[in-house]
Ligand binder design. Structure first.
Ligand SMILES: *[C@@H]1O[C@H](CO)[C@@H](O)[C@H](O)[C@H]1NC(C)=O
Ligand SMILES: *[C@@H]1O[C@H](CO)[C@@H](O)[C@H](O)[C@H]1NC(C)=O
Ligand SMILES: *[C@@H]1O[C@H](CO)[C@@H](O)[C@H](O)[C@H]1NC(C)=O
Ligand SMILES: *[C@@H]1O[C@H](CO)[C@@H](O)[C@H](O)[C@H]1NC(C)=O
Length: 147
C-alpha cells in the first residue's frame, strides 16, 4: 500500500538521463520517440499518470531509463510506482538553462504528487539543487534523483 511506502520513507537513488520540459504536449506521444524510455512510458499509461500529466499545462518530466525503471519498480505495488512517478513530474518549466540559473542555486517546486496524491505537509515537494560538476539533484521524501 502507498501508506507503507511513505511510512518507510523509502529513499531510492537514481540517475535521470532525460528531462522533458513542456508547455503543451501529449507525454506518451513525445516518449514514443525514445525506445530507451519505453518502460517509463508504459508505466505512465498503466498507472494513468499520463492523464494527470496531460491535464497540466506546464510540467517538467524527469524521465528514467529502462534500467533505472527496473530498480524503481522492483518490489513495489502499482500504487507505489504510481506515487513514485508522480514525484518525478515537476509542476513548472525547468530546462537546462533555468536549472543552472536558480537563485542561490536551489529552489523548491511542487510535483504531481502534491496535487493528486494524499499529500500533506511537505509531501510532494522536490528540492532542486545545483550540485558540483554541473549535476542537478532533485530530492523528495521518497526519491533522490540526479541529472
Ligand atoms: C495521447 O496520445 C495517445 C496515443 O495516441 C492517446 O491514446 C491519448 O488519448 C492522447 N491523450 C491526449 C490527452 O490527447
Ligand atoms: C538568470 O537569472 C537572472 C535573475 O533571475 C536573470 O536576470 C537572468 O536573465 C537569467 N539568465 C539566463 C541566462 O536565463
Ligand atoms: C534544498 O536542500 C539543500 C540541502 O539540504 C539546502 O541547502 C537548500 O537550502 C534547500 N533549498 C531550499 C530552497 O529549501
Ligand atoms: C488517499 O488515501 C485513501 C486511503 O488510503 C485512498 O482511498 C484514496 O484513494 C487516496 N487518494 C488519492 C487521490 O490517492
Amino acid at each position: 500500500m502507498a501508506m507503507a511506502v511513505y511510512q518507510h520513507h523509502l529513499l531510492i537513488f537514481l540517475y535521470v538521463t532525460l528531462l522533458i520540459p513542456t508547455n503543451s504536449h501529449n507525454i506518451t506521444v513525445i516518449l514514443d520517440a525514445f525506445p530507451d524510455y519505453s518502460v517509463y512510458n508504459s508505466y505512465l499509461s498503466k498507472t494513468k499518470v499520463c492523464h494527470e500529466i496531460n491535464s497540466h499545462k506546464t510540467v517538467t518530466c524527469l524521465v528514467l531509463s529502462n534500467s533505472a525503471m527496473s530498480s524503481l519498480v522492483a518490489d513495489q505495488s502499482l500504487t507505489g510506482i504510481k506515487n513514485a512517478l508522480r514525484h518525478l513530474i515537476l509542476l513548472g518549466y525547468f530546462d537546462q538553462q533555468n536549472l543552472h540559473n536558480l537563485t542561490r542555486g536551489t529552489t523548491l517546486t511542487t510535483t504531481l504528487y502534491h496535487t493528486t496524491g494524499n499529500a500533506s505537509g511537505n509531501l510532494g515537494f522536490v528540492n532542486i539543487t545545483n550540485l558540483r560538476g554541473g549535476r542537478v539533484g532533485f530530492a523528495s521524501t521518497q526519491l533522490f534523483v540526479c541529472w
